[in-house]
Design a protein around this ligand. Structure first.
Ligand code: HPA
Length: 280
């Protein structure tokens, strides 16, 4: 496995997909922990196990299926990552973001990323949907930026702008669709940590202090690569647990609770995403 991938590597995986299907996706979708049922509703679908595609990383975590699905949702051609891979599984950042690169080479112009996240904002409750308006790339500041290594000039510049990580127009559309569909929608800043250990009480205090409203172990690498390649992004977090506030008893966080809450969130997330695809 190379440390970094080149355009030819992305193209090899894209070519393997093009050989099997004529679908040319316009929208990419990344489905996080417990949020994968939407992929089962894709029409005219063609699915690839991650292990079938050149260079694709195979997912090792319960709740992450590991399929790349092409098809239609609300009449839009889509490419769906049913389950993503994470840095904590042992993959490099280049591997974590490889599928998004392939989506770009296949021609997407918009990426919808979803995740399960812990709520840091005191008003957030388990089951809330949060529109990600910005993120803190804490994992990148710590040296794990997926753009480290030779720049892929075919896709974007060495020093890409990150002033609008989440597209203003797509955010406005999400707000409108949520209001139309009667889906309460929170908003906030997502912070990405490497994991896999959940946060200590001091971590939680620190994350609140730096302005984060939700915390998770994904999304930011994919969004960084998406923006590098000029793809417009919409981000949605499902709040699957809430982190205790100062003075509250330190509740435990576990993966089962995260998956369970993700499952309960999935139908609302699907309604919001479908509404957005219909509106575009
Ligand atoms: N912390 C980090 N990642 C998470 C959490 C959390 O509380 N919940 C879901 N993903």
């Amino acid at each position: 496995m190379p440390e970094f991938f080149s355009y030819a590597d992305f193209e090899a995986a894209a070519a393997a997909i093009r050989e099997v299907t004529d679908i040319r996706p316009q929208v990419g979708l990344v489905l996080g922990s417990g949020l994968s049922p939407l992929a089962e509703h894709v029409e005219d679908s063609v699915s690839f196990g991650y292990q079938e595609l050149p260079h694709f990383p195979a997912s090792t975590v319960a709740g992450h299926v590991g399929q790349f699905v092409l098809g239609h949702l609300e009449d839009q051609p889509v490419a769906v990552m049913q389950g993503r891979v994470h840095y904590y599984e042992g993959y490099s950042m280049a591997q974590v973001t490889f599928p998004v690169r392939v989506m770009q080479v296949l021609g997407i112009n918009r990426l919808i990323v979803t995740n399960a996240a812990g709520g840091l904002h005191p008003d957030f409750r388990v089951g809330d949907l949060m529109l990600i308006t910005d993120h803190i790339n804490l994992i990148g500041m710590a040296g794990l930026n997926p753009l480290r290594g030779p720049n892929v000039d075919e896709l974007g510049p060495r020093f890409p702008d990150m002033s609008e990580p989440y597209d203003d127009t797509l955010c406005s559309l999400a707000r409108r669709v949520a209001a139309d569909e009667d889906l309460p929608l929170r908003e906030g800043v997502y912070v990405c940590l490497a994991g896999p250990a959940y946060e200590t009480p001091a971590d939680v205090r620190f994350l609140r202090l730096i302005g984060a409203h939700a915390v998770g172990m994904s999304t930011v690498p994919e969004v960084t690569v998406a923006r590098h390649g000029g793809t417009r992004v919409l981000g949605l977090s499902g709040i699957t647990n809430v982190l205790p506030e100062e003075g509250e008893p330190a509740g435990e966080t576990n993966h089962e609770e995260v998956l369970e809450a993700g499952k309960r969130l999935a139908p609302r997330l699907e309604a919001l995403i479908r509404g957005m695809l219909r509106a575009e």
